[in-house]
Structures are given as structure tokens and as C-alpha cells.
Design a protein around this ligand. Sequence first.
Ligand SMILES: [Fe+2]
Length: 292
Amino acid sequence: MLPALTASLKTERVAVTIEQLPLALHGTTVVQLSDFHFDGYSLSPSLLETAIAQCNRLVPDLVVLTGDFITRNPSDIEALAVYLQHLRSRLGVYAVLGNHDSPSARVRRHVQQTLAAVEVVPLWNDIAYPWGDRLPLVGLADISSPDCQPELLLAQLPPSTPRLVLAHNPDTMDKLRSSRADLVLSGHTHGGQVILPGGIPAPSLLKKLSPWVPPIVKQQMPFFNQDCERVFRHWEWAAGLHTVGARQLYVNRGLASYWPGRLFCPPELTVITLLAAPPLEEKDSAICSGSD
Ligand SMILES: [Fe+2]
């Protein structure tokens, strides 16, 4: 197969205010990488090495990996782990698994065990405390699994405790509507891979055209299929920072590229800086001065 079209790694920086974040954690940094698909076609070793070197240069407090380490072959995780073992951060490296990493319990366990062997902590409906109990890190099961029941997991935390949530597929936001989830970090979309004029992800347009496309074309191009609804629904959240109700969502464009590749949608490393919300009195005075 011909290699997919890609581009140089782009580092995106985003600052997110978290209500009730302790002042001691103001300015803490999280680097996010996502969607490796290390299958021999979709991600070159050189781009992967560039991303790991860039991550280490930034000296983050925490590194999070938001799934799809492999595409189909479970043994690809071993080759990827050789690279991932070089990731460094002050408080560790944590991961959630994607749909490709968890087609069965056997594959999931293999991916989890291989990650754990190189000190990447896999979370599958687990809560970790790299910052202590002031800011839990919640890692959800992939939405394609019946294990994905975020309400039950998040209800274990005190309502006044802010929390960071890792969920491979951004559609998981639909299951978080009644839970506190201050910032959700996701991947899965590859940013849409091809961005059309006006910033429209190509798959969202293809989905709209679906009713007029002949069946023979749909067979060749899965994005025309109604079935692609199962893969991803909310293309309005294809990449970047979004506010969804009282929750914030950041979607990383990933590193790998499915064939034929990317256009105006470079592979991404994200640096997220968490900010404490200003005290109430300061907010009040800001509102007063804004209305003068
Ligand atoms: Fe995925």
C-alpha cells in the first residue's frame, strides 16, 4: 500500500480553566498524544520519535495517551511499546484504550499488559491520583464496550472535586450529561483528516451526502455508509476545544493517518495548561468593571 499523505507534527497549546482547581495545581501541564495505529502503514517511526522527543522537551507534569495504539494486529503493540518507554513526565504516563485496542477481552488485556510493562498505566474504568485526591484522573472504557458506564464511575468522586477524564471517543460526552467532568480529553477522529474550505471536516460533508450516493460507491467508501454513525456521530467536535454544557472537551487530531492521508489537518501533540478559576470576589469585580 502507498504511504498515506501526512504533515509535520504540530504542537497545539491550550489553557483550560477548571472550577475548584486547587491553587497549588494552577499552571500544571499535561501533554496529550493520541491515535498511534502503529501498524506499519499509518504512522512512521520518525514521526513517532519526533512526537516523543517534543513531549520530553516540554517536561510536562503528566502525559496522557488517548487510545488506538494498534489498528488490527494485537502484536503491533509490542513494537510501539519500544518507543513509548522513552516518554518522560514528572507524575507518570497514563492511557485509555480505543476501539481498535479492545475488540475482545483477550486483545484488550494484551494491550494493557504490554503498556504496563513499559510504565504506561492503562485505565479502563479506573480512577488514578497522580496529583493526589485533589484532582483525580478518570480513564473510561471505550464507548464501543458495554463496560463504558461513566456515570457509575464518576459518582464515586465527591461532587466538589474537579476531575480530568480520558475518553477515546468524543461521542462519550453523550454519556456524561448527568456527571461532573470538568475536562474530557479525547482522540479517535483524526481531526477528520481532510479539512475542506470553511474548516469543514470532509467526513461530516460525506455523511450529509449519503442519501444521494449509489450503493456501489458506499461499499467502497465507509464514510458514506449509515454504519459510520457507529464510528462517530458528532463531527462538530472533530478537533480542538469545545464547551458541552458545563463540561469542556478537547479532541486531539492524533498522530496516525488512514489512507489516503491528511490535508490541512496535521498530526498533533497537545500541551494543556490547567488554570484555577479566579476567586469569587475577583469575578464579581470583573463583572462590575465590564458593565461600566
Ligand atoms: Fe478510534
